[in-house]
Design a protein around this ligand. Structure first.
Ligand code: FRU
Length: 502
């Protein structure tokens, strides 16, 4: 397969070459953001799972580092967490030089002492700020009894009220989240199980659980806990996707509040993202203050191995700030781009349009509004139109473009990538991603982040997100607005040109 530089993302992390899936152990330490990830060091396909590593000081410019945790003949390294063991509870460092501790899943192989395929939790640590990692002498630190082939993805955090570490893991095929606690990161005791719960189907896996507190509507006195996890398959957009529960955690048990009464309608559950390409999302640890930032894998297990990029396969979503907000009467997990991204946009040339009225027509924005990487912030006031929206990464003749469309009658927001460029590399590359979004007055606000091979659409205070990969030709770089069957006014439209911003 020939190289595809036209699809190398500018703002999103991708490894120089080879396969990448889940983000692993993202953390902030001494002014540097570290990102690890499921990586195959030798081929652009899943296998030989190891932890790749990249660093950044602004979450936008990443520097790929040496592989941090390589596979070997006895085991593969699956997903997990890194924590800064500030008080040296593990005793693996010193008070002056606290260790960085990576809890991760080991998948044992034929020639290991365990049955092939057994999954258990292991520990590695670093005493040089994450440059090199040593395996802990006791491997693994946590097993399931009897041994399991599906026990993985430790998410670890410091539970301050109890003064201990908490680990969330899954027995993926149960599907159940298992919670453990530890005083030292090496000896773990069982706390409780959560699940199956919510929208569950036969054969559905739960993966990559994380549990974290967030203030509701910015009010620290009204803190709630969020349990976020990946489900695969059966996601709302097909294949793999992420769901979350809001509730309480007393140091032992997570209790969700306000679960829909029956599990039959996936739309009744809380989805982190309604697009197809946002999976295995996990929070950064070690962030200053109360900030909460998440990052996910921008792909889908339905077609990840067929994605037509080369010489790399796999990229991350933009890091997003998380907030818990009351939207439509219930607490919802809301995403917005991190402040480094907002600063980047503020520093780039912006073109503004206001009061653009369209009456049953399409309108190509002038040709100086073009680019492969754009930030679009806009409002639409749909006076009488049935449907209105924009096409991005479009050709001037309108034959190619990714649609962001609001349907007034059905009150639905859709991203339509059926004419986005290359789509036929997999029959499972789904075309339309639809979310119910009430807008009785016809006022829609949209924030759209367009990179060389992706779009991220945010609306309703970030409670609605649609993240999708697209593979347009390089020349499809125009923006078209449209209003169908009536009038729409496009208000306060700001388009920031981000090509060349790196
Ligand atoms: C999620 C996942 C994890 C596992 C890893 C293997 O995408 O399946 O459960 O640890 O990927 O690469």
């Amino acid at each position: 397969q020939g190289a595809t530089p036209q699809w190398r993302p500018l703002l999103h992390y991708s490894p120089r070459r080879n396969w990448m899936n889940d983000p692993n152990g993202p953390f902030f330490h001494k002014g540097v953001y570290h990102l690890f990830y499921q990586y195959n060091p030798v081929a652009p396909e899943w296998g030989n799972m190891s932890w790749g590593h990249a660093t950044s000081t602004d979450l936008l410019h990443w520097h790929e580092q040496d592989v941090a945790l390589p596979f070997n003949e006895t085991k593969d390294i699956f997903s997990g967490t890194v924590v800064v063991d500030t008080h040296n509870t593990s005793g693996l460092g010193t008070a002056e030089n606290p260790p960085l501790v990576a809890l991760h899943t080991s998948v044992f192989k034929k020639n290991a002492s365990r049955e092939p395929g057994v999954q258990a939790q292991s520990l590695a640590y670093s005493l040089d700020d994450g440059q090199t990692w040593k395996p802990y002498r006791k491997d693994p630190v946590l097993t399931l009894s009897p041994d399991s082939l599906h026990f993985r993805d430790p998410g670890v955090f410091w539970y301050a009220p109890g003064g201990y570490w908490v680990m969330t893991t899954v027995v993926a095929n149960a599907p159940v989240v298992k919670l453990y606690k530890s005083a030292n990161l090496t000896d773990w005791t069982f706390l409780s199980d959560f699940g199956p719960a919510g929208f569950v189907r036969p054969g559905m896996l739960w993966e990559m659980p994380s549990l974290f507190p967030l203030p509701l509507d910015g009010n620290e006195a009204r803190q709630k806990w969020v349990l976020m996890l990946g489900i695969n398959p059966w996601s709302i957009a097909g294949g793999s996707g992420s769901i979350y529960f809001v509730g309480s955690f007393d140091g032992t048990t997570f209790r969700p509040e306000g679960l829909p009464p029956d599990g039959s309608d996936p739309a009744a559950y809380d989805w982190l993202d309604h697009g197809a390409d946002h999976y295995a999302a996990i929070p950064f640890s070690g962030l200053p203050g109360n900030s909460a930032v998440t990052i996910g894998w921008m792909s889908n297990w339905d077609y990840a191995s067929q994605v037509p990029t080369s010489p790399w396969k796999g990229q991350m979503t933009l890091p997003m700030t998380m907030a818990l907000r009351t939207v439509d009467g219930r607490p919802q997990l809301c995403l917005e781009p991190d402040s480094h991204y907002t600063a980047l946009v503020a520093a780039r040339p912006t073109l503004s349009f206001d009061g653009l009225q369209l009456v049953s027509e399409q309108h190509l924005l002038p040709d100086h509004v073009h680019g492969q990487v754009l930030d679009i912030d806009m409002n639409m006031h749909m006076q009488s139109a049935d449907r209105a929206g924009i096409f991005v990464r479009a050709t001037a003749d309108g034959r190619i473009g990714t649609g962001i469309v609001y349907d007034m009658k059905r009150q639905l927001l859709t991203v339509d990538r059926s004419r986005s460029g290359l789509t036929d590399f997999s029959a499972r590359f789904s075309h339309e991603h639809i979310v119910n979004m009430p807008a009785p007055t016809g006022d829609i606000s949209l924030h759209v982040i367009i990179d060389r091979n992706s779009i991220e659409v945010l609306s309703r205070h970030g409670s609605i997100v649609i993240t999708d990969l697209i593979f347009p030709p390089a020349g499809a770089d125009r923006v078209m607005a449209f209003s169908e069957n009536g009038t729409t006014e496009f208000r306060n439209m700001k388009i920031t040109l981000l090509d060349g911003s790196q």
